[in-house]
Design a protein around this ligand. Sequence first.
Ligand SMILES: Nc1nc2c(ncn2[C@@H]2O[C@H](COP(=O)(O)OP(=O)(O)O)[C@@H](O)[C@H]2O)c(=O)[nH]1
Ligand SMILES: [Mg+2]
Length: 465
Amino acid sequence: MTVQIMNEVIAAISTPAGAGAVGMIRISGEGAKRVFARVWISEYNSVDKLETHRFYYGKIAGLSTDKPAIPSLSRDLPKSIDNVLAVWMKAPHSYTGEDVIEIHCHGGAFSTKAVLSAVLNAGARPANPGEFTRRAFLNNKMDLVQAEGVADIINASSERALRIAEEQLNGKLSKEILAAEEELKSTKAFVEATIDFPEEDIEMIEHEKIGSQIAIVHKRLKKLSDTYSEGKFYREGVRVAIIGKPNVGKSSLLNSLVGSDRAIVHQTPGTTRDIIEEDVQIDGINFKLIDTAGLRDALCEIEKIGIEHARRRLAGADLALVVLDGSACLTSEDEKILEETKNVSRILVANKCDICSVLPIADIQVSAKTGAGLDLLKEKLAGFVGVHNFSEAEGTVVTNLRHKKALDETISFLDKAGESIIKKESAEFIAFHMQSAMNSLAGITGEVTTEDVLNEIFSKFCIGK
Ligand SMILES: Nc1nc2c(ncn2[C@@H]2O[C@H](COP(=O)(O)OP(=O)(O)O)[C@@H](O)[C@H]2O)c(=O)[nH]1
Ligand SMILES: [Mg+2]
């Protein structure tokens, strides 16, 4: 492994802003130890004596601000800032693959900033978002899919999202991509051999063999790409708009699914105007429930605005819970809503089944008041996502749109290679399409990548990661 040493020493606070028990400042780069030596005070352990991967107790001292408020006090006298634990991780055995020092100080918003300022004054520069992980990628500590897995772990909003991100970081998806690449590589070598020995009858046989080898990889990649329809919900959660005419119990339903009195419930129709969003975990998946204003011909301007918002949320939702009053017959308002949502993924919910249920058209009867039918509704919600339950099975799940797009691009190049074979085109054409397919695949793991792609990916990371 070649370890690329980037010149500048970078530093950032890696723990969240605000008060906490511990705050961590991370320093990385070839000169990290030199920078650290300028702020580290320890009676027994000078920087030269530190062993790698061991914690040491000491103090951080230095100038904690760039510009002292009172210039007359601006003498370069280092002041003790905090008592800390510090660890040095010698390159290449660190997160970034470079020399890394982590300073664990007290987790006050000000103490972490003060330690960081001292480190910056000692010669480091502030790290950009995701720069530590970017360096880890550039130093071959992880591929791009794994780096994205790191961000997904941090942003995971559900148990499944976390599990899949963790698998991704550990290389599950990367392995599948590499395996497909290897197979395409050897098939392409085979194709190139026919270029070198273009005897008529040999070529006939090879065409068939090459075709079936490509078909196997094609099928595997297609299966992988198809997991995205489900995988995106694991990673991003499911947006569920609760829609219906006023007073059917939309807000009550949100409250009982969430288990708290989040939205105001009242017998006055038109109570809900603002959008209320609450997350609820069902079967390890995050569902974002969106309570909306009841759809009807609004009586006032404010209600009208609320209804506009409701329609917008419906358009952006993955699924609609269309709530009907199950204790009464359908009205023209209900009919309009049923018409409006007929092309949307939806579950028709007849609420108020504690009173009576007279709506056979509904998919499910519930009572937000007594809780009847809610478990079944939760099952239906989970069922909307997990028809295949990919992550439970042996398979790998694609959760990231970038990966899905690259897989589809690869598949379309393989289609072209397949067409060339059927048309009995010359081996050069087949090899060309195969190379394009391999390039698209290599873009996923970042073997082939551009500065723009890296900027796009790492700019979404937080600072300090
Ligand atoms: N009996 C009964 N009443 C309900 C039920 N759900 C809601 N309600 C009542 O219906 C009225 C309207 O409820 P609300 O949740 O504000 O409806 P929304 O306008 O659709 O949000 C309130 O008086 C609720 O107490 C239910 O399941 N059973
Ligand atoms: Mg309401």
